[in-house]
Design a protein around this ligand. Structure first.
Ligand code: C2E
Ligand code: MG
Ligand code: MG
Ligand code: MG
Length: 271
């Protein structure tokens, strides 16, 4: 049984592309066409780099590049995410261990996790095994899960969160405000941070409603003791408003695009 039937394409254009993606992803898995990039996360209180979000990329000479927004739903539906996810964990943790070696001691890594990896993939023990292998403190890891993902298998997910919390791994709710989940989830699940979706940030300086929503989310999060992370910051004015509103962490092209480990270490490590 596949838990992600609802992700299947619904119209003919999508069906054609969906079949094409099947070929592309099968080819990519066989030929190791994936790589990881890292996007900086900057503290709005200290102005310092505090971590990176790890993001997967897929590119082959035969098919060119495909974005994760397109291929992740596909590999979730096909089940390929289980093998791909294992590779993503290994690569990311190995890269984090490289960061430690060059003195990026307090840098954290945010890992995007698909609900199917939790439901069928035993994410907790996989991550713990890798942390143990590289002798990395679990507090260096943040798990990012979308609100829609939470309702796929709430009990299993809550249990996994509990295991992670005991070890000091933090949980961030990704793309906050865009899913179908209710605010009650914040109470039901032990969440540590909210990542305010890019769609709210993009209008924060121009659209009154976006501004009101962002300030309300930040105020609510503060009252609940949750961290706030703003995604998709592209302009200095957006950064300034978020700083004034008391947002904790900033992410976006203004601060740095997702880029290879080597590029990031060259940019951020002061010799
Ligand atoms: P996400 O986790 O919400 O990741 C943030 C996305 O916003 C990334 O797109 C990033 O490149 C993009 N972004 C960051 N700053 C800006 C900005 O200032 N402007 C604009 N226009 N975009 C910005 P990306 O890398 O294409 O990833 C898309 C989605 O794919 C991710 O959304 C996540 O849901 C999924 N994904 C990516 N990597 C992984 C992975 O390793 N595992 C899983 N399960 N999902 C992943
Ligand atoms: Mg994310
Ligand atoms: Mg996001
Ligand atoms: Mg997203």
């Amino acid at each position: 049984m596949n838990a992600f039937k609802s992700l299947e394409p619904t119209n003919t254009v999508n069906i054609a592309r969906w079949h094409e993606l099947e070929q592309i992803m099968t080819h990519a898995m066989k030929n190791h066409c994936f790589n990881m990039v890292y996007q900086p996360l900057v503290s709005l209180t200290s102005g310092q780099l505090v971590g990176f979000e790890s993001l997967v990329r897929c590119e082959s000479s035969r098919y060119g590049a495909v974005g994760p927004d397109e291929f992740i739903p596909h590999v979730e539906q096909s089940g390929m995410i289980l093998d791909l996810g294992d590779w993503i964990f290994k690569q990311t943790l190995s890269d984090l261990s490289e960061m430690r070696k060059i003195g990026m001691d307090d840098i954290t890594i945010s890992l995007n996790i698909s609900p199917i990896q939790i439901i069928e993939g035993n994410v907790f023990s996989k991550v713990m095994t890798l942390l143990d292998k590289y002798q990395i403190d679990p507090a260096a890891i943040k798990v990012e899960l979308t609100e829609t993902a939470l309702i796929k298998s709430p009990q299993r997910i809550a249990k996994t969160f509990e295991h992670f919390h005991k070890e000091g791994v933090k949980i961030w709710l990704d793309d906050f405000g865009t899913g179908y989940a209710s605010l009650g989830l914040l109470r039901q699940f032990n969440i540590d941070g909210l990542k305010i979706d890019r769609s709210f940030i993009s209008g924060i300086t121009t659209n009154n409603e976006d501004f009101t929503l962002c300030s309300a989310i930040i105020a609510m999060a503060q009252r609940l003791g949750l961290e706030t992370i703003a995604e998709g910051i592209e302009h200095r004015e957006q950064l300034q408003i978020l700083e004034q509103l008391g947002c904790d962490v900033a992410q976006g092209y203004l601060l740095g695009r997702p880029s290879s480990l080597a590029n990031n270490t060259a940019t951020w490590v002061k010799m």
